[in-house]
Design a protein around this ligand. Structure first.
Ligand SMILES: NC(=O)c1ccc[n+]([C@@H]2O[C@H](COP(=O)([O-])OP(=O)(O)OC[C@H]3O[C@@H](n4cnc5c(N)ncnc54)[C@H](O)[C@@H]3O)[C@@H](O)[C@H]2O)c1
Length: 302
């Protein structure tokens, strides 16, 4: 897609981080941006900031994990146009800790937002986009799902998150193939960021009380949060950089979007492991100091 002005973009998780920057780039290209987020105060603040820069913004509170809430979002977009041109299924939450220590509530929360949120976005918007493509020869649509590098490799001590992001990569690749069967003008992409400075390490801030853990955090969960906070804070590629890369990929119709293409070595190793049937390679082979620190932190258990 090369023409953006006057078209509609929907961004979930638009109040903060990568979603906010996607909204900003879309607005800077003259798009009408529907910003959706569960954090209503942050959403209102971010929407007001973009409006003050001259953008056309509609702010819609949404919980992407909830099918009815996503249906209401799609209904809101219906009042503007037959279908949006860009859909960013971007809202996500981070969680960590040893995989057997994840509570049922944590699984429900992270699978709900990270996987069902994307599935609901596809169920609602793709049929509308396909209908628009059929009705209008000039229509072109793109769906960008935010996964993660954690959807391509399996870093230890963040299993539930890894599971959801691998699922988003699978869902997106299948969407790519399914769309190719039926339509040439609606396209799929998957965004796989590495560590980018955003508020992802503070995801508990938007965890609903109904899914809040009754038990105190385990040591592995505290360790995961501290390590993620440090890694995210130290990221050199900004959310604004990522948003620009995403729009470049939409322009060029590239499916895989990487924030750190130089960090894909672990993916090559993983596929070699799979193809050769050998056991998974130590993820800290090239950075043993991190592995040592993680082991030390985990063995000093409560
Ligand atoms: N920052 C990174 O290092 C990184 C790396 C890989 C992938 N990602 C992914 O990027 C996406 C954006 O995250 P970010 O890094 O900008 O973090 P962020 O916390 O700054 O932004 C995430 C936004 O999603 C919103 N959100 C959370 N739950 C929601 C729900 N149920 N319904 C609607 N909105 C909800 C939050 O309120 C927040 O505004 C996520 O999917 C995340 O998993 C981030």
């Amino acid at each position: 897609m090369r023409e953006f002005a006057g078209r509609i973009a929907v961004v979930t998780g638009a109040a903060s981080g990568i979603g906010l920057e996607l909204a900003r780039v879309a607005a800077s290209r003259g798009m009408h941006v529907v910003m959706a987020d569960v954090q209503t105060e942050a959403l209102d603040r971010s929407a007001a900031a973009l409006r003050s820069e001259g953008a056309r913004i509609t702010a819609v509170p949404v919980d992407t994990s909830d099918a009815g809430s996503m249906r209401a979002l799609a209904g809101r977009v219906d009042s503007e146009a037959p279908a949006p041109h860009l859909v960013f299924n971007n809202a996500g939450v981070g969680t960590g800790g040893l995989i057997w220590e994840q509570s049922l509530k944590t699984w429900e929360w992270v699978v709900g937002v990270n996987l069902f949120g994307v599935a609901h976005g596809i169920r609602e918007f793709v049929p509308r986009m396909l209908a628009a493509a059929q009705a209008d020869a000039n229509y072109e649509g793109h769906v960008v799902n935010t996964a993660s590098m954690a959807g391509l490799v399996n870093v230890p001590n963040m299993g539930a998150y890894n599971v959801t992001k691998h699922a988003v990569v699978s869902l997106s690749e299948t969407l790519f193939h399914d769309l190719a069967l039926v339509c040439e003008r609606v396209h799929a992409h998957v965004l796989c960021p590495y560590f980018v400075p955003t508020a992802i390490a503070q995801s508990e801030r938007n965890r609903p009380s109904s899914l809040t853990d009754d038990e105190p955090h385990t040591r592995s969960q505290d360790v995961a949060r501290m390590m993620t906070e440090k890694a995210v804070r130290g990221g050199h590629v900004t959310a604004a950089d990522v948003a620009t890369l995403v729009f470049d990929a939409i322009r060029d119709n590239r499916f895989y979007i990487y924030s750190h293409p130089n960090a894909l070595g672990g993916l090559r190793t993983r596929f070699d492991d799979i193809l050769q049937g050998r056991n998974p390679t130590d993820p800290f082979r090239d950075r043993p100091d991190i592995g040592v620190r993680l082991r030390e932190a985990l063995t000093n258990r409560r």
